[in-house]
Design a protein around this ligand. Structure first.
Ligand SMILES: NC(=O)c1ccc[n+]([C@@H]2O[C@H](COP(=O)([O-])OP(=O)(O)OC[C@H]3O[C@@H](n4cnc5c(N)ncnc54)[C@H](O)[C@@H]3O)[C@@H](O)[C@H]2O)c1
Length: 462
C-alpha cells in the first residue's frame, strides 16, 4: 500500500499517547525501526502487551502488527530508546497552563532527558511534533547544545508539526494534506523529509523552525475561526428565522469557502483548538499584537456552550429536579477524548443547578467519569433517555442518528430534544411529537412565528 522508503531509520518517539502512539505505529508501518518511550509505567506496560491507552480507529491493528514484526517496541528507559537512535520525535503534551500560556513542563523534562541520556558522541536529529510556541525549537537547540559541550553529542532540532485529527488519526498520518518541516540545518530538514518517503505525492513545505511552529498555530486558529464563524451565523439564523444548515451548504459550495468546518453546534473542544487558540493569543499579546480575531473566536466558542444552557432554561423554566439525558460526552465523534468537551461543561452546569443528569457515550465514559464523577453513566442511549424531560445530543456519533426515536419518545417524561450538533432529522422528530431545538435552525412555521423580525430600515423607508 505504501512505498517503502529506500533507507530505514532508527527512531525514538518520546511520549506515546495520541500523537506519539500514532507517530510510532505509522513510522514502523513505513518500515522504520521505532521505540516509544513514555514516563507513564502503566501505559508502557499495556503497550508492550499490545493494549492501547486510547480509542482510535485502526490503531490497535497497526500497533499489534508492528509489535509482532519487531519494528515497534515500548520502554520506560530513555537510554534504551536513544541508544542507536538517529532521530527522536518529541510528542509530549503541551496543555494549557496558567493564564492560557502552554504548560511546557513535559517539553522541558523531555529536553533534559535527551540532553542527559543521548549517548556521548552521538548525532541525533530532534523532531518536534508537539505543538510548541514559536521560539521553542530554538530554545531546545540552545539547551541541547549547552549540554552537548560536555558529552560530545550533537543535536539538530527540526520542527515537524502534526495535523492529525483524533478519530481519523491513522488515516491522517498516512495520507496527510501536507508535511511541514522547518529547521536551520538543511541536511537535518532533508533527513526528516526522507522519513516520509513512503508517503508518495504528499507536498512537503520546507521552511525555518519558527515558521513551521507558526504554521501549526495558524492552521488550528483558522479552523477554530471557521467553527466560531458558522456558530455566530447560527445564532443570527435563530433570531431571523433562517436555517444555518442550508446557509452552510449554500456557502460551502463556493470553492473559495469549502464545506468543511461549517457545521454549527455547541462549539469546539478537545485537546488542541482551545489551548492552541489561547496560546496564539498569548503569543501575539506578548509580541505586542492585538489579536482581535482570536479573542472573538474564543468568546464565541464559550458563548455557544452557555447559550445551550440559557435556551434550555427559557424552555424548561428551572433545572432543579429536571431529568436530563445526555447523548455524547466526547468532544467529537470517533474519539474517547473529553478534554475541553462542551458536553462536560454543559453537564456540569446542569448538575450544579440541581438537574438529574444521566449520560451515555460509545467510547468516552471512562474518561468522563474521571473528570465528572457525579455524572450518572448508562449502559446505552435508551437507558440514558428513559424518563427524561429533555435529551441533549452533544456529540455527533453516527449511532445517535440510528436510534429508534419513537421508542425514545415513548420512554421520555416530556419530549424535548436539543440537538447540539444538528445531527438529526428535525422534521421527522417533530412528526413524532418532539419539541426539537437545533442550533441555528430558525426556519419552520413554529420558529418563524416566534421570530420577532424587525424589517430593515431600508424596507420601512421604501
Ligand atoms: N491530540 C491531537 O489530536 C493532536 C493533534 C496534533 C498535534 N497535537 C499536539 O501533539 C502533542 C501531544 O499531544 P497528545 O494529545 O498526544 O498529548 P497527551 O497529553 O495525550 O500525551 C502526552 C504523552 O507524553 C507522555 N509524557 C509526558 N512527559 C513525558 C516525558 N518527559 N517523557 C516521555 N513521555 C512523556 C505522557 O505520559 C503522555 O503519554 C501536543 O503538543 C498537542 O498539542 C495533538
Amino acid at each position: 500500500m505504501f512505498k517503502s522508503p529506500t533507507t530505514h531509520s532508527r527512531i525514538a518517539v518520546i511520549g506515546t499517547n495520541y500523537v506519539g502512539l500514532v507517530t510510532a505505529a505509522c513510522l514502523a508501518r513505513l518500515g522504520h525501526t521505532v521505540i516509544g518511550v513514555d514516563v507513564d509505567a502503566l501505559k508502557v506496560g499495556r503497550l508492550q502487551r499490545g493494549q492501547l491507552p486510547i480509542f482510535e480507529p485502526d490503531l490497535e491493528d497497526i500497533v499489534r502488527e508492528q509489535l509482532a514484526a519487531g519494528r515497534l517496541r515500548f520502554t520506560l528507559d530513555y537510554a534504551e530508546a536513544l541508544s542507536g537512535a538517529e532521530v527522536a520525535f518529541v510528542c509530549v503534551g503541551t496543555p494549557a497552563g496558567v493564564d492560557g500560556e502552554p504548560d511546557m513542563r513535559q517539553v522541558q523534562s523531555a529536553t533534559a532527558s535527551l540532553a542527559k541520556l543521548t549517548p556521548a558522541g552521538a548525532y541525533l536529529v530532534v523532531v518536534n511534533k508537539s505543538t510548541m510556541p514559536v521560539g521553542t525549537g530554538q530554545w531546545m537547540q540552545m539547551t541541547l547544545n549547552a549540554h552537548a559541550r560536555r558529552t560530545g553529542a550533537r543535536f539538530s532540532v527540526v520542527s515537524n508539526p502534526e495535523f492529525l485529527r483524533e478519530g481519523s488519526a491513522v488515516s491522517d498520518f498516512l495520507h496527510p494534506d501536507r508535511i511541514v518541516v522547518g529547521g536551520e540545518d538543511s541536511a537535518a530538514v532533508e533527513q526528516v523529509a526522507t522519513l516520509y518517503a513512503g508517503l508518495q505525492s504528499t507536498p512537503i513545505v520546507r521552511t525555518d523552525t519558527r515558521t513551521a511552529e507558526m504554521i501549526k498555530y495558524a492552521s488550528n486558529a483558522f479552523l477554530a475561526t471557521k467553527i466560531s464563524f458558522i456558530n455566530e451565523m447560527a445564532t443570527i439564523c435563530e433570531r431571523v428565522g433562517a436555517d444555518v444548515k442550508d446557509v452552510a451548504q449554500g456557502m460551502g459550495l463556493d470553492q473559495r469557502i469549502g464545506p468543511r468546518f461549517l457545521s454549527a453546534g455547541v462549539g469546539y473542544g478537545g485537546s488542541c483548538f482551545p489551548k492552541d487558540v489561547m496560546a496564539l493569543e498569548r503569543l501575539a499579546t506578548g509580541a505586542g499584537v492585538e489579536p482581535r480575531v482570536l479573542r472573538a473566536v474564543m468568546d464565541t466558542n464559550q458563548y455557544m456552550r452557555q447559550a445551550v444552557v440559557d435556551n434550555l432554561r427559557t424552555e424548561m423554566q428551572w433545572f432543579h429536579g429536571l431529568r436530563v439525558g445526555i447523548l455524547g460526552l466526547a468532544f467529537k465523534a470517533d474519539t474517547d477524548d473529553v478534554r475541553e468537551s462542551p458536553a462536560l461543561d454543559i453537564a456540569r452546569t446542569l448538575l450544579d443547578e440541581g438537574a438529574h443528569v444521566r449520560a451515555y457515550d460509545p467510547a468516552a465514559m471512562g474518561n468522563a467519569a474521571r473528570l465528572l464523577p457525579e455524572l450518572e453513566l448508562c449502559a446505552d442511549a435508551y437507558a440514558a433517555v428513559e424518563d427524561a424531560d429533555v435529551v441533549l445530543v452533544l456529540t455527533e456519533w453516527p449511532e445517535f442518528k440510528a436510534l429508534d426515536y419513537a421508542r425514545v419518545h415513548n420512554s421520555m417524561r416530556q419530549a424535548v430534544l436539543v440537538d447540539g450538533r444538528n445531527l438529526l432529522d428535525s422534521g421527522a422528530l417533530q412528526a413524532l411529537g418532539f419539541r426539537y431545538r437545533g442550533i441555528g435552525r430558525g426556519r419552520g412555521p413554529e420558529t418563524q412565528a416566534e421570530t420577532q423580525l424587525v424589517p430593515s430600515r431600508a424596507l420601512i423607508a421604501a
